[in-house]
Design a protein around this ligand. Structure first.
Ligand SMILES: *Cc1c(COP(=O)(O)O)cnc(C)c1O
Length: 391
């Protein structure tokens, strides 16, 4: 056990049950700890380090920008945030961007924007936000109110009012709650933290139609599934729907904190000066990191690699004894186990040198870098097979 891990127990708040490992460096899909041990990273810090650890292009862009200009605030324009906004608009088909610091603040911006738009257009009664059970939208009070996990919500009452949850894949349940008080529906196309549950294209299409009929906006929380993770730039682009507002964060700057709320022009125009803001949002250092990530995905054809490795990994997982089902999209996958022993599998995998996440008591989540090679995928599959066999 490392000294840093032991020291952490006394000085950090106990919000995480941390593994007793201390990483000191990384290279591509690999991590190295303070004992000199090597690990294959099939977690990427929760779907964040998509273009790999120690990425040279990102490091160089950040180092150069650090020397040029770090921060001036949003009272002024800086070039990287404008170029990044233009790139995200081009890739998403949406029209305007607000930059925040992480996922929760991107969703906060989306919820505030939806309320602002709906109240301008329909009046003060239209403020409710409908989300799905087993969703995850963040840990601020409003995004926790949108997160469909009653156990997490129970400990922090009272939460802000105006949030309702319905079961996923149940159009009638949604229809029953969407009325003239609903400003927006927010959902993830694959419910990631909830256990990696992909929503069907049919359900997504019906949600889109219902929103249009009732005048509610559709917000797609693409924080985990976006930025190439499911094989397209944004997750909805292979699913036949598109949102009025989308949020992005996790992989956008490969580990530097950034969030983006991207909206259709008519909706985005509801925000006026003073309505919303952020001290750090769109800071030039994180924006050049994000631009380097987009260049890496493009130049190294990582969307294609994501789709190919996805087929390879899901095919391989299905052959592992003890894996009952494989689900997910792209490189956002889960292996369903036959019982509640995913923590044992993850601990054994860690000992063997493979990092995976026990997303549910009976399921393991795999979110390797999009740069994963065919050979590395084989190594990961072999280690996971051994870990499941031993656990
Ligand atoms: C991680 C996540 C968030 C919250 O992002 P933070 O950066 O941790 O605030 C919100 N929505 C989804 C779908 C996520 O995966």
């Amino acid at each position: 056990m490392s000294a840093a891990y032991e020291a952490s127990q006394a000085v950090l708040m106990s919000t995480y049950a941390r593994s007793p490992v201390t990483f000191v460096s990384g290279d591509g899909c690999w991590l190295f700890d303070d004992q000199g041990k090597t690990y294959l990273d099939f977690l990427t810090g929760l779907a964040v380090v998509s273009v790999g650890h120690g990425n040279r292009r990102v490091a160089k862009a950040v180092a150069e920008q650090m020397e040029r200009l770090v921060h001036v605030s949003n009272l002024y324009t800086t070039e990287p945030m404008v170029i990044l906004a233009q790139r995200l608009i081009g890739l998403s088909g949406l029209d305007r961007v607000f930059f925040s610091n992480d996922g929760a603040t991107a969703n906060e911006a989306a919820i505030k924007l939806a309320r602002r738009y709906a109240q301008n257009r329909y009046g003060a009664q239209r403020f409710r936000v409908v989300s799905l059970l087993d969703s995850f939208h963040g840990r601020t009070l409003a995004t926790l109110a949108a997160t469909g996990q009653p156990a997490r919500q129970a400990r922090f009452q009272p939460l802000p009012p105006g949030f309702t949850q319905v079961p996923a894949e149940d159009v009638d349940a949604l229809r029953a709650v969407i009325d003239e008080t609903v400003a927006a529906v927010i959902l993830e196309t694959t419910q990631a933290e909830g256990g990696v549950w992909p929503l069907s294209e049919d359900y997504l299409a019906q949600v889109r139609t219902l929103c249009d009929e009732k005048g509610a906006l559709l917000i797609i929380d693409d924080i985990q599934a976006g930025m190439g993770r499911t094989g397209t730039w944004f997750s909805w682009q292979s699913l036949g729907v598109s949102p009025d507002i989308a949020t992005s964060a996790k992989a956008l700057a490969n580990g530097l904190p950034i969030g983006a709320c991207i909206a259709k022009g008519e909706v985005a125009d509801a925000f006026l000066p003073g309505d919303h803001g952020s001290t750090f949002g769109g800071n030039p250092v994180v924006c050049v990191a994000a631009l380097a990530v987009l260049d890496e995905i493009e130049d190294r054809q990582l969307l294609k690699n994501c789709r190919e490795r996805s087929l390879q990994l899901s095919g391989g997982l299905e052959l592992i004894k003890g894996v009952k089902q494989v689900r997910g999209r792209g490189l956002l996958l889960a292996a369903q186990l036959g019982g509640n022993y995913s923590t044992q599998v993850a601990s054994r995998a860690l000992e063997l040198g493979l990092i995976v996440n026990p997303v549910r008591p009976d399921a393991i989540r795999l979110t390797p870098p999009l740069t994963l090679s065919e050979q590395e995928a084989l190594v990961g599959l072999a280690l996971l097979e051994e870990a499941i066999g031993d656990a």
